[in-house]
Ligand binder design. Structure first.
Ligand code: ACO
Length: 365
């Protein structure tokens, strides 16, 4: 489906040649310094920046929805310790759907359930990790912002303002990206008029894969594996020779530098482990020198892991943090598509045989 326009949308525009990204018309490079994740969620859902009072109400509503039902905490305890946090997140969101008495799908429902799930995701992710590691459950603090509250629950102590800002920016950069594999999956499930939770669960499943959101964990792991900038070149050629890919590089739409990667790189330079940053910078130089002619440059996932690492977020949680941001975009697309819903049902061009004679099993050689 490369280059295929599935529908029209007023949520997000990607200029893949120019390396620009706009949320509801606003340049994403302007948002990190001026906005907050909560404001960006409002913008994506309702199509305009909120007034002061509207933003305060919206933040309050999110904060009061952060708490998890007791049944969810019990389920967290029962999940196998070996399960990847994306698999666990998928199960918990599905269970939230079971606990919701009215899992129907209308535009109004989408926003109401969107608030609940967006607010609960940080509590789920932080406490999944804590439970798995034998640590006590940490209740959300309603007086903290979305990003600060996540770091507080995960680490058990409130973050510095710089740490809070870094995660807030990461969530803004991950909030939306047009019709990527997970958003398309969410829309496809929504188009059958299933329910909000089923659509989000399907999106989490799509995001989990290493060619999509799973790349953020793998990108960081590759820098750790390389270990020193002196080893980068040998590793780069060996990776390509063995038919593998540089994780966090390449994109279906961007054929130039991903603007989100540029912002993440600045944060990675400022906060990240200097050794990991040097390794990543050396590999990036090799990508630019040898793969740019194919339109391959580093993408959003390349530098994000170094920022998350600096914030003390364990690598196995990186893709869940991506999901925590992207729930905003998934919800926006569901709501927009429902305004003119039509079942998504493309075709496959058949290349097999037809009219074959059925051979009874006794006669088959
Ligand atoms: N490393 C090395 N070479 C690459 C990479 C990479 N990461 N990505 C693409 N290429 C090469 C391909 O080998 C191919 O070369 P060829 O023409 O000589 O065969 C050429 O670039 C075009 O690649 P395609 O596979 O056609 O590109 P496609 O649009 O299908 O793939 C994808 C996009 C899946 C993202 C790919 O670049 C990739 O696998 N990247 C690594 C995983 C990754 O970082 N995923 C995150 C994407 S962003 C996101 O989802 C948040």
């Amino acid at each position: 489906m490369e280059g295929v326009y599935v529908d029209t949308s007023a949520i997000c525009y990607i200029d893949g040649k120019g390396g620009k990204l706009y949320y509801r018309g606003y340049d994403v490079e302007e948002l990190p310094e001026r906005s907050s994740y909560e404001e960006v969620v409002y913008l994506l859902w309702y199509g305009r920046l909120p007034k002061k009072k509207e933003l305060e109400e919206f933040k309050k509503n999110l904060a009061k929805n952060r708490f998890l039902p007791g049944e969810v905490l019990e389920l967290m305890d029962k999940l196998p310790k070996s399960v990847h946090p994306m698999g666990a997140l998928r199960t918990i969101i599905s269970y939230l759907g079971n606990l919701d008495g009215e899992p129907s799908l209308s535009t109004g429902d989408v926003y109401q359930k969107g608030i609940s799930v967006t607010a609960k995701m940080p509590t789920i992710i932080a406490n999944l990790w804590r439970t798995k590691n034998g640590l006590d459950y940490v209740e959300p603090k309603t007086e903290l912002g979305h990003a600060a509250n996540f770091l507080y629950m995960l680490r058990g102590e409130e973050p510095t303002l710089r740490e809070e800002k870094s995660l807030d920016v990461a969530l803004i950069l991950y909030a939306e990206h047009e019709i990527n594999a997970s958003a398309f999956t969410v829309m496809t499930v929504g188009s059958t008029l299933s329910d909000y939770y089923s659509a989000v669960v399907a999106g989490i499943g799509a995001l989990k894969g290493p060619l999509h959101g799973g790349a953020v964990e793998e990108a960081l792991n590759q820098f750790i594996e390389v270990g020193s900038p002196e080893r980068a070149e040998e590793w780069f050629w060996e990776t390509l020779r063995s038919g593998k890919r540089i994780m966090g590089a390449g994109h279906r739409v961007y054929k130039t530098y991903d603007p989100r990667a540029r912002i993440f790189k600045n944060y990675a330079r400022e906060l990240g482990n200097p050794r990991l940053f040097e390794v990543a910078e050396r590999i990036e130089e090799l990508v630019e020198t040898h793969l740019a002619e194919k339109g391959v440059h580093v993408n959003v996932d390349y530098w994000a892991g170094i920022v998350f690492h600096a914030l003390g977020i364990p690598p196995e949680l990186y893709t869940t943090v991506f999901a925590m941001g992207r729930i905003a975009g998934w919800t926006a697309h569901l709501a927009e598509y429902l305004t003119h819903n039509r079942l998504i049902r493309p075709r496959l061009k058949y290349v097999g045989e037809i009219g074959k004679r059925y051979v009874p099993i006794e006669e088959r050689e």
